[in-house]
Write a protein that binds this ligand. Structure first.
Ligand SMILES: [Zn+2]
Length: 304
């Protein structure tokens, strides 16, 4: 396998495969920086590796070159059969989509259950860290193991993500949103998330110092936020150019019903419900203005 999308392939055998993607959005380089740090360590310490194989992939190559979220269409909304196998006119982002898809198919060889996908992201809001599982039990178990907030029902509400596409095929899939675009904190958090996942999946040894440090870091970053949440509202945008989020919102800020949150075409947008703010949009490109999440209590909440 040779492709500019492949950063590195490391590991011992084919018993289990972990796929880690950075830069699915071209303005999110922290995931790639985190991947560089981890691969450097793994190459310097081959004794860290236990079993299985990890594939480090680069997402939207053309958008990474220009530093934009995407060129024509959001690559992380294109994971749908009509774009992957359909004969729609090829645009920059679908070229990346088809190449990435072919690589992942080649890795998995239809055995999606033997594969785990970690997709690394950052956001434009000022603070926060969280992960997004699918509704699959293994994905939920994995999400809860990071000890950072994890949000249910978000995957189902965002059509065309790699997360949902491979989750539906039976792959254990997860997104980690590490922090604010371009910050060293986001890179460090994503690096910690990779080490935790590699140990969780048995790719590296569980008792490595770097794994212990990473787990402590994630726990510390996450403990200030609610732990287990679900999506209750999505403010979808037809045209983000005319959307303006009010100042001062960040991930997990408490909001009240009827609180003015943003303006769109100069019309005020008020919160339809009480809850916690998620991913307020403070950048030009995006298909969602903000999300509202609520805390849920169940067996996972007790495990924290
Ligand atoms: Zn992203």
């Amino acid at each position: 396998m040779n492709s500019p999308h492949i950063i590195d392939i490391l590991g011992k055998d084919e018993s289990h495969k972990v796929i880690i993607i950075g830069g699915m959005h071209g303005n999110e380089v922290s995931g790639l920086e985190a991947i560089d740090k981890v691969t450097e360590q793994l190459k310097a310490h081959p004794e860290y590796l236990k079993k299985g194989k990890v594939y480090f992939l680069k997402g939207n190559l053309s958008a990474l070159q220009t530093g934009e979220r995407f060129i024509d269409k959001d690559l992380n909304r294109l994971w749908l059969d009509e774009y992957i196998t359909g004969d729609l006119e090829e645009i920059a982002d679908t070229k990346d989509l088809k190449e990435l898809h072919a690589i992942i198919e080649n890795i998995c060889q239809q055995n999606y259950k033997d594969c785990t996908l970690l997709d690394l992201h950052t956001f434009s809001a000022e603070s926060g860290i969280f992960c997004i599982p699918t509704h699959n039990k293994k994905s939920l178990d994995l999400a809860s193991s990071f000890h950072i907030p994890f949000i249910e029902k978000l995957s189902e509400s965002l059509p065309g993500t790699a997360l949902a596409y491979y989750g539906n095929k039976g792959m254990t899939s997860i997104v980690v949103e590490g922090g604010t675009h371009g910050t060293s904190r986001a890179t460090e958090n994503l690096e910690a998330a990779i080490w935790h996942l590699l140990a969780y999946e048995g790719i590296v040894k569980d008792d490595l110092e770097i794994v212990k440090r990473s787990r402590k870091k994630l726990q510390k970053e996450g403990e200030v936020y609610p732990y287990h949440l679900e999506l209750t509202y999505r403010h979808q945008l037809d045209d983000s150019r005319f959307f303006k989020m009010n100042k001062g919102y960040y991930n997990f800020k408490q909001i009240d019903q009827n609180e003015p949150l943003a303006t769109h075409y100069q019309k005020q947008i008020k919160s339809p419900q009480k809850g916690f703010m998620l991913m307020p949009l403070y950048q030009k490109k995006g298909s969602d203005g903000f999300f509202i999440v609520k805390e849920i209590k169940d067996i996972y909440s007790k495990k924290r």
